[in-house]
Write a protein that binds this ligand. Sequence first.
Ligand code: ZN
Length: 98
Amino acid sequence: MGSDGELIESFEECRVCTNGLIQFWTRSDTGRVFFACEECLMGYWEPPSRGAPTFLFTNEVTWPCRPATRDEVAEAGWSDLVWRRTGTGLVAAPKKEQ
Ligand SMILES: [Zn+2]
């Protein structure tokens, strides 16, 4: 994938490797946001915690993608799944307390 754009991370847990960092990515040609595991490169079209099936290895996709923006994540309705951003110097925010 490769981009120096800001990556937005989720506290979703990868169901394949269970310890990978899940990040939000956008399919550039369609604008669709998806979840990608940094560790095992597995991708999900829906939040893994909601039972989404894996759909690909993100290093094998044939379409262009880039890090999702805050707006795109919000539009997808997944703002509540954002954990923190990388590269901002922010300390990891705690999970939402309800
Ligand atoms: Zn994984």
